[in-house]
Design a protein around this ligand. Structure first.
Ligand code: FAD
Length: 463
């Protein structure tokens, strides 16, 4: 690789290149350290150089040269992914999208942007025109739109619109392939899922089109409940209430608001579980009626009523994967899981988890729409004792509780959220990256077609 890199380096003289070892190291990392397992496994991963293309034409030229010199390429947006998605396991070039940040079209119904556009900037631009995004991650302040589509899955807006996998939430992707003569491919409709949530293993996204809708007037609220079951019941009721237009419904066991909701502690009560919601101003009356109807629930905070002079960050920065971040700031030994409890027995399983695991697992649900139904996705905190215990807990949850775990302690598509190889993504990679140079090591089927999962053991990529 060294000789190839040096030849590549000479050919790339006119590009924006970063070779400073410290910043290359820093840009080679994402939020992988959320997982003690990945923290150890990926600590030495580093690119050889970082290139920041200024245009699609530069992306094409870089990929053409990297293909010619057999140099791997891993794309980076903002590097906020949690599972080492953007980390270059085989070294080579890190393609940093920080120059390609423009919004190209913004009109009712659609927003077209370059891949490195920051989602919060997109939302602000949309709101200036009376529009808004459907879906964004809680890292919207820094996350890029292509990073969200290639690495993310869901977030704020999912209770109304479903996640990224729901048809209609991405309208079009434009990619550049990794071939002797890179091609531009446009994906629409079902074809989008060949490259969405594929960690950039089968093309570099250079343009994205997403839907925008008329902007709503959002208000945030924090509700205290007697216990976590009451919080979950209220959340399902809010989720299902047609008269309440909502963007977020999140539910937390008492320890979370008590210890980790720093700026909001004056609005939390010790021992109470919490429900954080974002609803339209017009829905507040219906929300208040639901809360008042249940003696176990109390409205504790409304942003339209209680803000005063306070400058509070949005409640979404306490929800989704931010819950883990907040907890880790107080107690760095905390890690997390991502899972789906059996929805038809959710209260029974919640109770068994409490009895069997005590405070080793602290529950937190995010509510979303799945095929027209309200569902709870569970992102619990997990008190860390050893890597082996994480593996053991996951195996127990899957075997004894009927829980599906989307393992966040794995770096590959198969072992994490996807659970298995997506044949359409694999076939697309054969067409777009025949040498297997894009983000190597993230799609097991490409490296080892005969691989079978072994509970408790991570796939090891040797390049
Ligand atoms: P990166 O981390 O830079 O990249 C993610 C993946 O996309 C990598 O595999 C990368 O190679 C690939 N990629 C990036 N750009 C391109 C491109 N142009 N072409 C092809 N591939 C590309 N995720 C959610 O879905 N919902 C949440 O609510 C959420 N909350 C989070 C909260 C915290 C505190 C943290 C740390 C993470 C959270 N995440 C969440 C994960 C992550 O922040 C989001 O998915 C985010 O959108 C990723 O964007 P990024 O620009 O940082 O992508």
């Amino acid at each position: 690789l060294a000789a190839n890199l040096s030849a590549l380096r000479d050919a790339l003289a006119d590009f924006d290149i970063d070779e400073n070892p410290r910043s290359v190291q820093q840009k080679s990392r994402d939020f992988y350290w959320y997982s003690p397992i990945l923290k150890d496994m990926l600590k030495d991963v580093c690119a050889d150089l970082v290139i920041a293309p200024r245009s699609e034409a530069e992306v094409i030229e870089i990929l053409r040269l990297c293909h010619a010199h057999d140099v791997p390429v891993t794309v980076r947006g903002a590097g906020t992914g949690n599972y080492g998605q953007a980390m270059p396991l085989a070294g080579g070039v890190l393609l940093h999208m920080r120059h390609m940040t423009e919004i190209l079209t913004l009109e009712p119904g659609r927003l077209v942007a370059q891949p490195g556009a920051i989602m919060k900037t997109m939302e602000a631009a949309a709101r200036d025109k009376g529009l808004e995004l459907r879906l964004f991650p809680s890292t919207t302040a820094t996350a890029t739109i292509a990073g969200f589509i290639a690495g993310g899955s869901s977030g704020i807006g999912a209770i109304r619109w479903g996640g990224l996998r729901t048809p209609g939430n991405i309208l079009r992707l434009r990619l550049v392939t990794m071939e002797a003569e890179p091609r531009i491919v446009e994906l629409t409709g079902e074809d989008i899922f060949k490259a969405a949530h594929a960690y950039g293993v089968n093309g570099v996204i250079t343009e994205v089109e997403v839907p925008v809708d008329p902007a709503e007037d959002w208000v945030e609220a924090l509700i205290g409940t007697r216990d976590f079951a009451a919080a979950t019941r209220l959340s399902f009721a809010i989720g299902r209430a047609e008269g309440i237009v909502k963007r977020m419904v999140s539910t937390f066991e008492p320890e979370i608001p008590e210890r980790f909701f720093n700026r909001y502690t004056e609005f939390t009560v010790k021992g109470e579980a919490a429900v954080a919601v974002i609803v339209t101003r017009d829905s507040l009356e219906a929300l208040e009626a639901l809360v008042a109807a249940d003696p176990e629930t109390t409205m504790r905070f409304r942003s339209d009523r209680d803000l005063g002079e306070r400058r509070l960050v949005s409640l979404y920065e306490y929800a989704w994967n931010h819950t883990t971040l907040r907890a880790r700031k107080v107690d760095p030994s905390i890690t997390y899981l991502q899972m789906m409890l059996p929805q038809d027995d959710i209260y029974g399983v919640m109770e068994r988890l409490k009895t069997d695991f005590g405070d080793e697992i602290v529950l937190h649900h995010e509510f979303t729409q799945f095929s027209g139904k309200v569902a709870a996705v569970t992102l619990p905190l997990l008190r860390y004792s050893s890597d082996a215990r994480i593996e053991e807990v996951i195996a127990l949850l899957e075997a004894d509780y009927g829980i599906t775990v989307f393992n966040p302690h794995r770096v590959t598509l198969e072992e994490g959220g996807m659970k298995k190889t997506d044949p359409a993504q694999l076939e697309f990679k054969r067409q777009t990256d025949p040498k297997g140079l894009l983000n190597p090591g993230k799609m097991i089927a490409w490296t080892d077609p005969d691989w079978v999962p072994e509970p408790g053991r991570a796939f090891l990529f040797n390049h």
